[in-house]
Design a protein around this ligand. Structure first.
Ligand SMILES: *Cc1c(COP(=O)(O)O)cnc(C)c1O
Length: 414
């Protein structure tokens, strides 16, 4: 159940009023619910109880230290996509031995850092990457644990920008090329084959693409086993969607039941890389209406959050629910909720039926995933602060960036 509910006509996060948070910390501000974060993790992890498995939270969805720390304390592993995320998880106190490293373009330095940290596995995405990784590991006198990310060529039926498992995608190795790559890797002394993985896309709301992809993946595991290439884990990736508007997300229980059925009595450890599903609905972006600008053609409400705080509407035309923190009892109108950034693409929502006045607080829902982690300083805007609510308490987990910090790394001409 959502932790963001109206109490006495005012939207709250667990036991804390969002208006209080705005007063104390200012806006824009991301607000997260610890209960929802932990609940989402426990639901996912619990669905695979009884089978050897590891949930590796895809931290690019939200890599704030307190959130990584929270998942680490719950026992989560992590899916990382850069040396920066590795450093972040270590700074948060998480164990790199529970990290899988995904991504098509790992640098030698990133490979070295991950090998030194002793990560669980590299999800390798090309023959070139394998060769580089083998060389780095040989130089360091270690063996690199490897899984190949296989592209099962299934259509995840989602937005093209977040679809990653079609054969036209830059991600993964072609299904047909996988056996030869495994043979090649098996002959490399500095490579240790551990697993296989797929990640077919994001915001997936149907079970079919997973069933199809997983079926193909398991078929490949059998082909490899027949050649004497034995794997210790199978990684089904992430991508489970959430409700932004009227989607009916796949129930975690149904997803788990389907995979448990397919996997049967296999002995490999199952890995998962959920991102959005664990954090998306557990956060809102709190923003204040600066100006109302009713016009003949459209009504604009200019708020203090913008595309640099929440890029998804501009980037994917994504729809986020936008609700007043203290609903007014006046006639509503149709509003475009836009930010101060100098781009016509800077909007948080179009045509929203709302009763608005200058100074009102709004909550942009489902802003826990791909919001802060995708934020930027465009238009020299400091990145917003983050608050994690735990029952009656609100913890500031990231203070607002200062203007001085925005240019602290720069130098003027000599
Ligand atoms: C982004 C990503 C994920 C997480 O995707 P979600 O849609 O947030 O669950 C998992 N694995 C890989 C390899 C990714 O790139």
């Amino acid at each position: 159940m959502s932790a963001f509910e109206y109490v006495d006509g005012e939207l709250c996060a667990e036991g804390v009023s969002l208006a209080e948070i705005a007063k104390r910390h200012g806006t824009p501000c991301y607000v997260y619910s610890r209960r929802m974060l932990a609940g989402a993790y426990r639901e996912f992890d619990g669905a695979f109880e009884g089978v050897p498995h590891l949930v590796c939270y895809a931290m690019k969805a939200n890599s704030s230290l307190a959130i990584v720390d929270l998942f680490a304390r719950l026992g989560s592993g992590f899916d990382i996509v850069s040396g920066g995320e590795l450093a972040r998880m270590v700074a948060a106190g998480a164990d790199p031995r529970k990290a899988v490293f995904s991504g098509v373009g790992k640098s030698d330095a990133e490979m070295e850092a991950a090998l030194a940290a002793g990560i669980l596995c590299f999800n390798v995405e090309s023959a070139s990457e394998l060769i580089h990784l083998a060389a780095v590991a040989r130089r360091m006198g270690v063996r690199a644990p490897v899984s190949f990310r296989v592209n099962p060529d299934v259509d995840p039926l989602t937005h093209p920008y977040v679809s990653t498992g079609l054969k036209e995608s830059k991600f993964g190795v072609a299904f047909a090329d996988a056996p030869a790559l495994y043979r090649r890797a098996a002959a490399m002394p500095s490579i240790s084959i551990r697993g296989i993985d797929m990640h077919i896309g994001s915001q997936i709301t149907e079970l079919g693409p997973y069933r199809e992809g997983a079926g193909k993946l398991l078929g490949l595991v059998d082909v490899l086993a027949a050649e004497g290439i034995v794997l210790s884990h199978i990684d089904f990736g992430g991508g489970l969607g959430i409700r932004y508007r009227d989607e009916s997300p796949v129930a975690v229980g149904d997803y788990a039941r389907m995979l448990r059925g397919l996997v049967g009595g296999r002995r490999e450890t199952l890995l998962f890389e959920p991102g959005r599903r664990l954090v998306g609905e557990a956060g809102v972006l709190l923003t204040r209406v600066r100006f109302v600008k009713p016009q003949a053609a459209r009504n604009f409400a200019v708020v203090d959050a913008a595309m640099n705080d929440l890029l998804r509407p501009s980037l994917y035309e994504a729809w986020h629910a936008i609700d007043p923190v203290r609903p007014r009892h006046i006639d509503p109108g149709l509003w475009d909720i836009v930010g101060p950034v100098c781009e016509s693409g800077d909007f948080l929502g179009h045509d929203r039926m709302l009763a608005l006045e200058e100074g009102d607080l709004l909550a942009v829902r489902a802003a826990g995933a791909y919001a802060m982690s995708m934020s930027s300083n465009y238009n020299a805007r400091p990145r917003a602060c983050e608050v994690l609510v735990d029952g009656e308490e609100a913890h500031l987990i990231r203070r607002r960036e200062t203007l001085a910090e925005l240019h602290a790394q720069e130098a003027r001409l000599p």
